[in-house]
Design a protein around this ligand. Structure first.
Ligand code: PHE
Length: 335
């Protein structure tokens, strides 16, 4: 009886302190204090069991009732509280605050614009590894071992691999995988050992355009270049070819576009000549076709390589490549 009274007293003080769900656990659950009292019944002398049992059960009913009352009381306080709030706090028709939205980075916006032009023109897309073998990055592109042309691109070496220095590394991979004829875009991130400056960054984005089939020649190359450049810059673009050297094309060309970035001759983008050097191109070297297992007597093709960063900077008027990589949010948001 003493113990029952103790539980009853504890409950009265807990009732003030504890929330209903905790009260239920402490007193009414299977391992609660009331259950403990009920478990005592069989240990008592038979003549005491009835009175004790009634006593405990009365307490149990009392506890249940009190907890229920407390629950109802809390609920009514809660809804009264809501009802007393100033109206504007409950006005569900008010407009919410918009969380700040991100925007597509200008470099990837430019890349997506470029790639969608080629998608529209019926090109496929092929992907290859950034950590590349010497074979695909150099040798299969007709850079012999120790040939000085390898110094055209300062290479970052990782173990027995290189970080690919150009997206041309995917040319032979694509022809091996898909055979010819092929019309494919090879986009990707490339790496060179460069000092960071306004014009150079040790990591940047390129894509190669590669088309190989029967009777593909310079005319197809020039048409493809002018068509995609005109679509990208949304102006009629004229190109001119200057002879140049890349081991994997023959003939090889540097391609200039007639300045579309300002009206007259000579602006800060194009300099005095009115022409802007924009990419490298040429007809696929027969050796490259051979490395890819393609018969150079039957097939020919063109290839060109485009710097995505360069294209983004030209279209969006950015004069420092570092802005593309240094995450200055106020700059990026302005584009
Ligand atoms: N891969 C060359 C570079 O990065 C560009 C190029 C691609 C030139 C295809 C000719 C043909 O400099």
């Amino acid at each position: 009886v003493e113990e029952v009274e103790q539980v009853a007293r504890d409950f009265e003080s807990d009732l003030q302190e504890l929330p209903p769900d905790q009260l239920k656990i402490k007193y009414l659950s299977r391992k609660g204090l009331v259950s403990k009292l009920l478990e005592k019944i069989p240990t008592l002398p038979p003549e005491q069991r009835r009175d004790f049992g009634k006593y405990v059960n009365d307490l149990k009913r009392h506890i249940e009732e009190q907890i229920k009352q407390k629950e109802e009381q809390l609920l009514s306080i809660g809804s009264k509280h809501l009802a007393q709030e100033p109206l504007f706090l409950n006005d569900l028709t008010l407009e919410g605050k918009r969380p700040p939205l991100g925007n597509v980075h200008v470099l990837f916006k430019a890349r997506d614009e470029l790639l969608s032009i080629f998608k529209f023109m019926g090109f496929s897309f092929f992907d290859g590894p950034e950590l590349e073998t010497d074979f695909y990055n150099f040798e299969a592109l007709n850079f012999p071992p120790y040939h000085p042309a390898r110094d055209m691109q300062d290479t970052l070496v990782v173990g027995d691999r290189v970080l690919r220095t150009h997206s041309s590394a995917m040319q032979v991979r694509a022809m091996e995988a898909w055979g010819v004829p092929i019309k494919v875009i090879l986009p990707g991130r490339v790496y060179r050992r460069e000092e960071v400056s306004a014009r150079k960054y040790p990591v940047f984005y390129q894509f190669d355009c590669l088309a190989v089939g029967e009777n593909i020649g310079v005319g197809h190359l020039k048409w493809t270049l002018e068509t995609f450049l005109s679509a990208y810059f949304e102006k009629n673009v004229t190109v001119r070819f200057r002879p140049s050297y890349f081991p994997f094309v023959e003939p090889g060309n540097e391609v200039d576009v007639k300045c579309v970035f300002c009206d007259g001759q000579g602006c800060s983008v194009c300099g005095g000549t009115g022409w802007l050097e924009i990419l490298g191109a040429g007809l696929v070297h027969p050796r490259v076709l051979e490395y890819a297992g393609v018969d150079p007597n039957r097939y020919s093709g063109f290839a060109f390589g485009v710097g995505v960063d360069r294209m983004a900077m030209l279209k969006y008027g950015i004069n420092d490549i570092r802005l593309l990589y240094e995450g200055d949010v106020s700059f990026l948001r302005s584009l």
